[in-house]
Write a protein that binds this ligand. Structure first.
Ligand SMILES: Nc1ncnc2c1ncn2[C@@H]1O[C@H](COP(=O)(O)OP(=O)(O)OP(=O)(O)O)[C@@H](O)[C@H]1O
Length: 359
């Protein structure tokens, strides 16, 4: 056998092994047959050079759905049900027949990268349950489609709420709500980082934080998440290339590409600055005629004790906005964005530091 055939055989074996392990895990976890209707059709399909057997599964024992139902609920994925799109596909909002509203991510069928994201998201997220981590309800894989089904969040992404388009009516997030969101993300990340095999999310940004009807934060998008080897404190797999540039720690720009928990802490610090200032971290700020990044910009004001000058002008003057709390908040963000990786606090410590700041 030449190398190509051996590689293909390995890929097929690995695929079925993973699928078997995954389904077995869920069957045992739920202690009753998961509503996993694994429909094995006689047709198999070549998808991204790996053979795929049609299947559909629900990770929630109380929620069953079929491909037909998803098609009916979205009028065969009609554009009127589209609520967004990302680099890996299109997102639809669908009301299922049992009254549950879900978000369906339909992955672009042509991208091989999308196939890897699909599995990583499904395998990682399918096993996690935490109030600040998005719940994946199931998946669907057919010859032509790969769908991920999530709980639906009424208030969309944090990015959409923080950075309203010019023609949108301002529905400003109060300082208290911003603190609640920051604590929620910190709680979710701290959970991921403290697992027996810690998970580095690797893509923390405001677009990957969703808000439910109570403005509770839910971390999404685990497509590039990596398990961290406790003995080395980083993942051997490279993944830095997918991280949003402006959320990326300096060590990644200097060549390190392994996933680390400290990189998540840095991205979280940038997110904290973004939430407090309302500034897009990818847009430089002008300071004395010079363009500077969000961290440098904030640090200059911090060094002069001008805390309130950093805060989003739309919430200045709010009753709950107290200088001492703003100072504490910005100091935590500053610690998280330390240039030196080892000096950044753990997410568990961040959570402890955030605790005294009232919502
Ligand atoms: N579970 C959900 N509930 C409500 N809206 C959602 C949900 N999932 C996605 N959306 C909407 O779809 C948009 C696109 O989401 P998606 O996660 O695919 O892309 P993205 O994260 O914005 O981009 P990328 O994947 O390229 O980083 C979101 O901004 C949001 O408006």
């Amino acid at each position: 056998m030449d190398h190509a055939i051996q590689a293909l055989a390995c890929a097929i074996f690995f695929f079925f092994f993973l699928t078997g392990m995954f389904i077995t895990f869920w069957v045992f976890r739920c202690r009753k047959p998961v509503s996993t209707t694994t429909t094995t059709t006689t047709t198999t399909t070549e998808l991204s050079s790996i053979t795929v057997v049609d299947q559909i599964a629900s990770f929630d024992p109380n929620l069953e759905f079929s491909m037909t139902e998803l098609r009916v609920a979205t009028k065969d994925f009609s554009p009127e049900f589209i609520i967004g799109g990302g680099s890996f596909g299109t997102v639809y909002k669908a009301n299922l027949s049992n009254g549950v509203t879900v978000a369906i991510k339909r992955l672009n069928p042509d991208a091989f990268k999308g196939f890897r994201e699909f599995w990583t998201e499904m395998v990682t997220l399918g096993m996690l349950r935490h109030p600040n981590v998005v719940k994946i309800l199931g998946y669907c894989m057919t010859s032509s489609d790969r769908l991920l089904i999530y709980e639906f969040f009424e208030n969309g992404s944090l990015d959409q709420l923080l950075h309203l388009e010019q023609n949108q009516e301002a529905a400003t997030l109060s300082w208290g709500t911003r603190i609640q969101i920051v604590k929620g993300v910190a709680n979710g990340l701290s959970f991921l980082h403290s697992l027996d095999k810690p998970i580095a999310h690797q893509n923390i940004k405001s677009r990957n934080v969703f808000l439910d009807s109570d403005f509770q934060a839910h971390i999404t998008d685990f497509g590039v998440a990596r398990g961290i080897d406790n003995s080395t404190s980083y993942a051997s797999t490279q993944s830095a290339d997918t991280m949003g540039y402006c959320y990326m720690p300096p060590e990644f720009m200097e060549g390190l590409t392994s996933a680390t928990l400290e990189a998540d802490v840095y991205s979280f610090g940038i997110l904290m600055f973004e939430i407090a200032t309302g500034k897009r971290p990818n847009l430089p700020s002008l300071l004395d005629g010079k363009e500077v990044g969000i961290v440098e910009w904030a640090r200059i004001f911090l060094a002069q004790d001008k805390y309130m000058q950093i805060v989003d002008a739309s919430i200045l003057g709010e009753d709950g906005l107290i200088v001492a709390h703003v100072k504490e908040y910005l100091e935590i963000a500053s610690m998280c964005t330390s240039e030196i990786r080892r000096e950044r606090p753990t997410m568990a410590k961040v959570l402890r530091l955030l605790n005294p700041i009232p919502m």
